[in-house]
Write a protein that binds this ligand. Structure first.
Ligand code: KIV
Ligand code: ZN
Length: 391
């Protein structure tokens, strides 16, 4: 594997599915997992098997159908969780157990009511136990974002000693600034014994809208795996959006960081996840929102019609969107109206366009968006219709 290659760990079916109202049944999970596999993700986190029999069966079913990706199951640092995760992964070609424990002061003090030394020991024992089932063990230090770096380094060393292959550094509460999260990854790279033998992973939440920026800083500072979800779906404000992180890396080639994602599948899988979960993606969502390639103001439309790159940094086809759209509203100009009129069969001269445009503005002021039927009506009721008809 080349040194500039980043693994994509998708947790749509686990962290994404934790969102209230987003529960998926086994069949839906299997369909999404197959599409994630085709998309080219390296790891699919399929669920938290001890949480319910349904989730156990879903992880089992996903394990059987995934052909290329590693299938991962979550557990706490609890023996029964780990054993159940291992059982659910039995049919997987490449199984991974993801186990871990909270490491921040507040988790240790309030959630576990224990000491740092006890957490260190539990982390070590969990990884060691998981290792008796499968070779590939990812350890997560929950709330690493708010964990003191020196202590976090000790926890990471304990997990490595016990046999962890991947260390996940979650900003569980989405608190970190990008520079802070990047420095945390750098600190661990520089201070943890044995760190070069394992993969460091970023797992960022979006409570301050920084999940993608933080993940990118983590990657720049040495993380080789990024955990994300389709559409950024996840607990509270969500997780790092897979489509965002992949396209940031693709559109900034000088970063020299590659993934194996087939980006032309991004829009399709975004639609699949949103329909399966019943959660509609915000229109202005980067990459996959319905407005991500829609242009509605006159100045922008004129630029786009002359050359797409004036207002688009991504070719829509690269993410599976057929084409950019020119939306007609009262803010649109003549260029956009002429373009859309041509698409429905009218080649307007400059004088005809001036006349039809006046009609259009009256119409558009009353309507949010002017559609193709409206264009016919606007042209047919214009003073120059007879002339246009005989063109
Ligand atoms: O955000 C988080 O800390 C998690 C862990 C369970 C990996 O999702
Ligand atoms: Zn998470």
């Amino acid at each position: 594997m080349s040194n500039n290659y980043i693994q994509i760990f998708d947790t749509t079916l686990r962290d994404g599915e934790q969102v209230p109202g987003c529960k998926l049944d086994t069949k839906q999970k299997v369909i999404i997992a197959e599409q994630l596999d085709l998309l080219g993700v390296n790891v699919i986190e399929a669920g938290f098997p001890v949480s319910s029999p349904g989730d156990f069966n879903a992880v089992k079913a996903v394990s059987r159908v995934v052909k290329n990706a590693t299938v991962c199951a979550l557990s706490r640092s609890v023996k029964n969780d780990i054993k159940t995760a291992a059982e659910s992964l039995e049919g997987a070609k490449y199984p991974r157990i993801h186990t871990g424990i909270g490491t921040s002061e507040s988790h240790i003090k309030y959630k576990f009511k224990t000491t740092q030394e006890d957490i260190l020991e539990r982390a070590f024992e969990a990884v060691k136990y998981a290792k008796t089932f499968v070779e590939d063990i990812e350890f997560y230090a929950e709330d690493a974002g708010r964990t003191n770096n020196e202590y976090l380094a000790r926890v990471c060393e304990a997990a490595i000693k016990a046999g962890a292959t991947v260390l996940n550094i979650p900003d569980t509460t989405g608190y970190c600034l990008p520079s802070e999260y990047g420095s945390k990854i750098k600190y661990l790279k520089e201070h943890v014994k044995g760190i070069d033998n394992v993969i460091l992973s970023c797992h960022c939440h979006n409570d301050l809208g920084l999940a993608t920026a933080n993940a990118i800083e983590g990657i720049i500072n040495g993380a080789k795996q990024v955990e994300c979800t389709i559409n950024g779906i996840g607990e509270r404000a969500g997780n790092t959006a897979l489509e965002e992180v992949v396209m940031v890396l693709k559109q900034h080639p000088y970063l020299n960081i590659e993934t194996q994602i087939d980006t032309t599948r991004l829009y399709g899988i975004s639609q699949l996840v949103s329909e399966s979960m019943g959660v509609y993606t915000q229109p202005n969502k980067a990459i996959v929102g319905v407005n991500a390639f829609a242009h509605s103001s006159g100045i922008h439309q004129d630029g786009i019609i002359k050359n797409r790159e004036t207002y688009e940094i991504i070719n829509p086809k690269d993410v599976g969107v057929i084409e950019s759209s020119i939306v007609l509203t009262a803010r649109s100009g003549r260029a956009a109206l002429a373009y859309r009129a041509k698409n429905v069969g009218y080649n307007l001269t400059k004088l005809q366009l001036d006349n039809v445009y006046e009609n259009f503005l009256h119409f558009a002021d009353k309507k949010k968006e002017v559609n193709n039927n409206d264009i016919h009506q606007i042209i047919e009721t214009s003073k120059v219709y007879q002339e246009i008809k005989t063109n």
